[in-house]
Design a protein around this ligand. Sequence first.
Ligand code: FAD
Length: 464
Amino acid sequence: MSKKIGLFWLKDDFRIRKNLALIEATKKHNQVVVFYLFKKKKFEYQQAQSWWVGKSLEEFKNKLNKYNINLEIIKTETYKSFFELLFRKNNFALYWNKTYEPNYLKFDKYLSEKLIENSIEFKIFKGNILNELDVKKNDGSPFKVFTPFWKNAEKFYSEKIPQIEKKIAKCNKKVSFFNNTTNANQIFPKKKWFNKFQDYWLPSEENALEILKKFINKDIENYSEGRNYPNIAGTSKLSPFIKHGQIHVETIWEECLKFKKKGIEKFLAEIGWREFNHSLINYFPHMLKGNYSKKFDKFPWQKNSKFLNAWKNGLTGYPIVDAGMRELYSTGWMHNRVRMIVGSFLVKHLLINWQEGEKYFKNCLLDYNEANNVSGWQWVAGCGADAAPYFRIFNPILQGEKFDKDGKYVIKWIPELKNVPKKLIHKPWEVQDEKILKLGSDYPFPIVSHEEAREKALNAFKKI
Ligand SMILES: Cc1cc2nc3c(=O)[nH]c(=O)nc-3n(C[C@H](O)[C@H](O)[C@H](O)COP(=O)(O)OP(=O)(O)OC[C@H]3O[C@@H](n4cnc5c(N)ncnc54)[C@H](O)[C@@H]3O)c2cc1C
């Protein structure tokens, strides 16, 4: 055992299982301190996430107490300024898990060099991913298309499934390390908006595992089909837990492979999309700042704050779009099928740059993840690596009628439509009786006509 204190830098790793860096710290040191760096500025643009992080810090702190480990939260402007101060201390070793985003990986490199310069012991571990960006074509270049990527990635991971210790060890004494610490409640957002989240979510490692087991037990068999219907429990809703590391994707893989059930292959392929998106943003980092496909740089996007606000507020007059946006605002999450519909509506019906949507999702999603969000938006807009073609324009009426036939999802989020006959639920502008619905006051008229918007979008696309 080392006499030094083991410091674990906590980022998106709120778990004790398969937390390799924390496991190593508790193996090597009798005294371990976990620290979280709170950058206020970061959460100004990711407000929903600040709720999840605040809750997770409270929960994880209590959990680590049982292992005699202190969790200390430190406010800092930048990671760099924090570590410069840390280098002045001694008698510690530093551990952390990788976050597979270009900025974090760049910082890992910088930090490693500084730690070596200052003769400080440290070790970096694999983070929450199956393959560490090492799935490439035979010629060494990165994949740009999902199907061949996943075919290789699945095989690659199966061949080297690690046998690792699953849990951290208990330390013999609880100690403090930092002076200027703060509380988790400093991180919580100021707006009341977030109070609702607790009706829907309980951020904890135990809960993530329970949700996964229940999902495998009950819903996974119908996943291939059920994942398209926003009104049923067709998907796992694990995304915020995966994002914040309450569950490791290897745990998901292992739990799934305990069973031979229909749906598992498709479900794991979705985890595969997450892997693929991480590979894309790291090998093609220009897509974090703009279009992956450069020809979209000339696309004639429109600036229209009236349309943008109607979209954000769920007041476009298209029920499936508005229900999705209201679900997002109320719960911090939106069903994947509906993310595609609302995304398509923004970029194709309203001709608004996908980056506006990306920014709004970043602020409102509890599962916001740089790789998935940027890739998801570019998939929708048609400018991504393996994207839906721009000319495939979702018809919000038909999408609604197909995937929310009875309008249950729509009525859940737009109760003002509850008296509308089922056959008109996705085109309420056809309701003639004001006793049923007063268009323009109970619910808005459509802000654009589908046919005209489609025509305009196709013409705009022709220009590039
Ligand atoms: C415009 C747009 C933006 C998106 N932004 C995000 C985001 O910021 N964060 C995020 O995690 N996902 C994002 N997605 C992908 C997807 O919508 C969510 O991962 C999914 O809805 C999460 O719900 P779930 O956990 O029930 O998924 P499940 O269907 O249960 O899937 C299990 C897990 O697989 C991964 N996954 C599922 N679908 C996808 C997908 N299409 N792409 C990549 N990974 C996937 C997620 O980690 C998910 O938790 C976005 C999709 C679109 C179209």
